[in-house]
Design a protein around this ligand. Structure first.
Ligand SMILES: [Zn+2]
Length: 336
């Protein structure tokens, strides 16, 4: 995962137009309290002018400076966390007006992220005071009340229709407790949040709120590697294809490579000196096994402890060959 994507995953931001540089996290203070600032950039090429609607061709709409907003995010660690977002400003040559880049993570003229709002809503369903919710979410009690009022107005019975492309996700919302949400993949809208994520709760929710006909219209459901959902999805959305999120796929491959290596290591943990040497080599150079083949150096001889002067590629080849099964698995899942 790139640096920028790791930050995004950490603070639950899915907008592809937001990027983060290295050193984007700084300690600071806000209203006299220690906090974290994460600086990000929001930019893209608009297809149209949002004011007059003219199509953006040959720089009808051009980039013109940035505007900085401070957006409250859910806590990371123990300190309040703010996103300092450099939003791109655009200028339209047709109607001579300017406008600012938009992101689904905050609503217009709003300075707390949607994730904070979600947190407020989940906490408000528990027996917690406004004051304690405010403290947990680093916003004022008045803002908590406003968020609750705002959301209450929009609380309608369920969306009568499900989008064609759904994404299932889960997130931690309290100590050890996980919530489930489902999202419209095309616009990133959170459609609903359940405070449980077991199959029974999920199944019940969809059956109660949507007709079978409606569920038949769902074409894809994107999930992470949680195999538990697969059977539920097949039951609920008979026509849907299941897509596995590629970040989670990479994670799974790494995990299974490590698992395979550890089982080989356990077999080598004997009183035999040769075996123990292999064991120590596998233990020390586990990271090399996870490297892309093309990222391994095959020209530069260097000194490697437990090996001596060697090439990176030859080390990987040798430690994989300690076990024929390991070697075969690795060449299968890691061809490049
Ligand atoms: Zn315009």
């Amino acid at each position: 995962m790139s640096y920028s994507n790791s930050i995004k995953s950490l603070i639950d931001i899915q907008d592809l137009n937001i990027t983060f540089d290295e050193d984007c996290v700084k300690q600071g203070t806000f209203k006299g309290k220690a906090c974290k600032y994460i600086t990000g950039t929001l930019t893209y090429n608009p297809t149209h002018c949002v004011k007059c609607g003219i199509e953006n061709k040959n720089f009808t709409v051009f980039k013109n400076g940035t505007q900085l907003s401070r957006i409250t995010l859910p806590l990371t660690g123990v300190s309040p966390t703010y996103l300092l977002l450099r939003k791109q400003r655009f200028m339209c040559t047709e109607c001579n007006t300017s406008f600012t880049a938009k992101t689904p993570i905050v609503e217009r003229n709003c300075y707390i992220s949607k994730n904070v709002k979600v947190q407020v809503m989940i906490k408000s369903a528990e027996a917690q005071s406004l004051k304690s919710i405010a403290k947990d979410c680093s916003i004022s009690p008045t803002t908590v009340q406003r968020v609750i009022n705002e959301v209450a107005v929009h609380l309608k019975p369920h969306h009568t229709k499900l989008p064609k492309h759904l994404s299932f996700d889960e997130f931690k919302y309290a100590k050890g407790a996980m919530a489930f949400e489902y999202i419209n993949v095309l616009n990133g809208d959170i459609l609903d949040i359940l405070n449980r994520r077991d199959n029974f709760a999920i199944k019940n929710h969809f059956i109660v709120n949507y007709s079978l006909n409606d569920r038949r219209n769902v074409e894809t459901v994107t999930i992470d590697m949680n195999a538990g959902y697969v059977s539920v999805i097949k039951e609920l959305f008979p026509k849907a294809k299941i897509i596995i999120d590629r970040f989670h796929l990479v994670q799974l491959i790494n995990r299974s490579m490590n698992k395979c290596r550890i089982s080989v290591m356990n077999q080598l943990r004997t009183s035999d000196n040769e075996d123990m040497k292999k064991y120590r080599r596998l233990k020390r150079y586990w990271k090399l096994i996870l490297k892309r083949k093309s990222a391994l150096s095959s020209v530069e001889y260097k000194y490697y402890s437990l090996f001596g002067q060697r090439l990176e590629t030859s080390i990987v080849e040798e430690i994989l060959a300690y076990d024929p099964v390991q070697k075969r698995i690795m060449s299968f899942i890691k061809p490049f």
